[in-house]
Write a protein that binds this ligand. Structure first.
Ligand SMILES: Cc1cc2nc3c(=O)[nH]c(=O)nc-3n(C[C@H](O)[C@H](O)[C@H](O)COP(=O)(O)OP(=O)(O)OC[C@H]3O[C@@H](n4cnc5c(N)ncnc54)[C@H](O)[C@@H]3O)c2cc1C
Length: 498
């Protein structure tokens, strides 16, 4: 049957005919979309075929769309945020709710399909897409509900951070989230979540009160401190290993809408003094002061947001201003939601951050020792590199390593060093430059781990980074995902079945 839409009720068909959009639900695949079989890849890597009839039945069972490589819309649906990551799933299920997600998970499990889950699509290592498997795309199901009285927000699993900030701030409420508004709640929060309010309110996972999850067996469960506490523990730092989170419940905190945002920059003669000050002040300053330091042979720049009483801003900036004469300084009252959008990519197709090759090394550090200051100063000068010292767990540092699956509570800072190159140029030299720099830094970094959410392909599989929580994570993974259906993440391999 060569009809675009298959809708059982004639009355509905008449309504649908008048609609300018393709309706959701009971959508039959076109003959042009599906041939006799579809080549696909299992989680094990084995190639196999799925019969057209099965795909047709599956498409009809969904309310959202099933995109196959020949479907109109597939090219858009398969994309993740970084255009340099270009993979071709055998199918993209654009879920519209929990029932679609359950249907997708059941179909994938029955076929042992390779599964990728996409929320914001920001994964540095491209974990939200795959070649030949099923992408479960949550981007068509964003949504936030705020209860201002209870100071709670609920965000569906496909929500981007900016929507949570916007909806909560309408009530002068916030929860700590990341610094780029088009990052997805799904990856950021299950991996930990650090941002401009972490010094005040901790990590995102420290404000996560409960989750709803579709597990690998297609079941739907609620997890909180009192219900399925093993899942609640694991999902706070263990990434997407345990299922697809369809709903996140957050604690909100009162905060005024207007904050002070800006930066203050120093030339090369003051850069070491700036780093020395930051080493201490980055930890001792009022929790309302968020500080990031960008450090290079050309100087040092503090990027600042003050979310406390604006009358205190000058007092809090005084130690920074005492470093010396700044080369540039700009501070201004800003809407918090705008600050949270200030680092957004305007157009990912031509933003240099997206169209250039990128390489980064990063490490959580408990402090910035005099040794590290000297090493960074010498190393950046020798190699012409920049280093960024961003905040760590902040108030989340009071949480024990074993209280959640996130085991890096010692992290006062996240130290990052990156490089970029035009895709037409050779990547070997700039990457080697960063690697060599990092080798020189290693003895001074204090043996900390790294943030899985920042990690590239070469680091994402390093299970030792789960530290003392790894054994417990294996138990939870084995219980909820014994087949390792959810393997495209910082993967915890379940125990083999007896
Ligand atoms: C520009 C940029 C800025 C960033 N800024 C910050 C920051 O300020 N703070 C910070 O902490 N991190 C930051 N990050 C890192 C970010 O936390 C990770 O890249 C994170 O994985 C992005 O989540 P996502 O949903 O957008 O990614 P996706 O690529 O969609 O998913 C990433 C991983 O999460 C899994 N996943 C996605 N949704 C769900 C779900 N609903 N349930 C279960 N698993 C799911 C996926 O399977 C995948 O393994 C930033 C990244 C980028 C690219």
């Amino acid at each position: 049957m060569q009809r675009r839409h298959f809708i059982q009720s004639t009355a509905l068909a008449a309504v649908a005919a008048a609609m300018p959009w393709r309706p959701l639900g009971a959508v039959e695949l076109l003959d042009s979309e599906v041939s006799a079989t579809l080549g696909a890849v299992r989680g094990s890597g084995e190639k196999f075929s799925i019969a057209a009839g099965e795909l047709r039945d599956f498409a009809k069972a969904l309310r959202g769309r099933l995109f196959l490589p020949q479907s109109q819309g597939y090219e858009t649906a398969r994309r993740v945020q970084n255009p340099a990551i270009s993979k071709h799933p055998a199918m993209v299920v654009q879920a519209t709710g929990v029932v679609d997600i359950q249907a997708a998970v059941n179909f994938a499990r029955e076929h042992r399909l390779l599964v990728a889950v996409k929320c914001g699509g920001h994964s540095f290592s491209g974990q939200s897409t795959c070649d030949g498997g099923m992408m479960i795309d949550l981007s068509a199901m964003p949504g936030v509900r705020v209860d201002p009285t209870a100071k709670r927000a609920w965000a569906t699993g496909g929500t981007l951070l900016g929507l949570i900030d916007r909806e909560a701030m309408a009530h002068n409420l916030v929860t700590p989230l990341g610094t780029v508004s088009h990052t997805g709640v799904g990856g950021l929060v299950t991996g930990g979540g650090v941002g401009r309010l972490s010094r005040r309110f901790g990590m995102s996972i420290d404000n996560l009160l409960s989750v709803d999850v579709v597990t690998a067996d297609g079941k739907y469960l609620h997890a909180s401190a009192t219900e399925n506490p093993d899942m609640y523990w694991a999902v706070r730092g263990g990434g997407g290993n345990f299922g697809i989170v369809t709903n996140f419940e957050f604690q909100l905190h009162p905060m005024q809408r207007q904050v002070i945002g800006g930066r203050i920059a120093f030339g090369p003669e003051h850069r070491e003094d700036a780093l020395k000050l930051f080493a201490e002040y980055g930890q001792t300053a009022a929790a309302e002061l968020d500080l990031t330091l960008s450090y290079s042979p050309r100087g040092a720049t503090f990027v600042v947001m003050h979310s406390g009483d604006p009358k205190d801003t000058d007092k809090l900036l005084a130690p920074i201003r005492r470093i010396g004469k700044a080369t540039a300084e700009q501070f201004t009252p800003m809407d918090y939601v705008d600050v949270q959008r200030s680092g957004d990519l305007k157009d990912t197709s031509n933003d240099p951050r997206m169209t250039m090759g990128q390489y980064m090394k990063a490490r959580f550090i408990a402090g910035i020792s005099p040794d590290l200051i000297k090493a960074v100063s010498d190393g950046t000068a020798k190699r012409g590199l920049s280093v960024v010292f961003a905040g760590g767990c902040g108030a989340g540092g009071k949480v024990k390593n074993t209280d959640t699956a996130f085991p890096h509570r010692y992290a006062a800072y996240n130290m990052l060093c990156g490089t970029g190159w035009k895709l037409s140029e050779d990547s070997a030299a700039p990457m080697k430059n960063v690697r060599d720099f990092w080798t020189d830094m290693e003895p001074h970094l204090g043996g900390g781990g790294f943030y899985f959410n920042d990690a590239r392909e070469d680091a994402i599989m390093d299970n030792s980074n789960y530290r003392e929580n790894y054994a417990r994570l294996v138990e939870v993974k084995t219980k909820y995902d014994p087949l390792n259906l959810f393997r495209l993440n910082a993967n915890i391999v379940p125990k083999a079945r007896a």
